[in-house]
Design a protein around this ligand. Sequence first.
Ligand SMILES: [Fe+2]
Ligand SMILES: [Fe+2]
Length: 311
Amino acid sequence: MSKHTSNDTSNDTVNVTATVADAAGDRPADPSADDLATVDSPAAVDGPTARRPYAVGDGITVVPAYLPVPGMGVLPANSFVVDGPEPLLVDTGPGGAEEGFRAALRSILDPADLRWIWLTHTDPDHVGSLQWVLDQAPAARLITTYLAVGKLGMQMAVPMDRLYWVNPGTTIEVNGRTLRAVRPPSFDAPETTAFYDHSAGTLFSADSFGALLQRPVAEAADVHPDDLRDGLTLWSTIDSPWLTHTDRASFGRTVDELRGLGARRVLSAHLPPAEGITDRLVDLLSTVPGSTPWVGPDQAALEQLLSAVTA
Ligand SMILES: [Fe+2]
Ligand SMILES: [Fe+2]
């Protein structure tokens, strides 16, 4: 049975006005996407927070969310809706922002109209509303991998008859589009499967090309080039720590394959939409091998943090 249903908000982080009442005043009304801050609002990101969706062209709408990274900034956590005869949802929002994500999705389409869900991987920032979407969209099939299903099976009952398995290299025709599954150049989970939408010249890159940012923004091109370089490098060493000791020449051949796709748009889960800067992103990622491994804050840092909070 679903852990989250449309009426179950008891465990949800409320990012939108939870006190909105229905006409009778005896239960909260479903929140609206109008209650969500715009993506580039300066409002603080105090927890996983959905922001208002916006279109990027070619029938693609970003369903943005942001995650706070204390002491380091914020991290985008995007999902995407791809319009067409068989509407497709790419990932299902982060845990902790379920209510806002669901309001955002409902503002784009009736979730029951979804026909496909492409799950890039099973991390909590990608499966936050997976069960809810499956419940709301009974006609939708879940595009994923054998390995992802093994991992999902430890969290939920996986509807085996609704799965569609793809491996990197597989090309499928769905939603009136030609989608080629690819293994992105960086990733943090072995089941990660990104894809290239030939019809839209768009790479849906999963975690790859993510960047820590100082504040939410609508487009990657709006981030200062130095901040984009530093944020992408830092995020890549955190999310794909194996990259720091990967041979740069070997990695270069991997990213060259990606460059060969000629994507004019990169839609990462962890970067604002990137239009027309693919070569720059690839160049930045190419420099990560050999960079200093990231080490997280230690116990002394935690104690300092706690003492600051309780002072
Ligand atoms: Fe991930
Ligand atoms: Fe992620």
